[in-house]
Design a protein around this ligand. Sequence first.
Ligand SMILES: [Zn+2]
Ligand SMILES: [Zn+2]
Ligand SMILES: [Zn+2]
Length: 111
Amino acid sequence: MISLANPHELSPKTIKDIQQQLVFILHAVACISKDKQNAVCAQAGQPPRHPPCDLPNCQAFRQLTIHMRQCPLRQPCAVPYCDTSKAIYKHWRQCRNTECLVCTRIRCFVQ
Ligand SMILES: [Zn+2]
Ligand SMILES: [Zn+2]
Ligand SMILES: [Zn+2]
């Protein structure tokens, strides 16, 4: 289990892996909400507002983010990447450190 309490204690490679996983999680979260907006457009008989997603891993990460919302936080989970993704996503949402080795680059990238 990755601990994100002290990101500066992680190796550069671990940080890169974490960032990659975080980018996919954030993509999947955004992608799910775009799909919802598209569904609303379709119901109103309008063309979709967002183009379809062509990211190969998107489906897998969508399933993971949907699972993460229902997954109990405390116990270890058997679903691959669930525990690390929960730790990463939780850190991301709580992190206010403008110099955080994990989040800062992603913030520039997302916003
Ligand atoms: Zn997507
Ligand atoms: Zn889980
Ligand atoms: Zn951070």
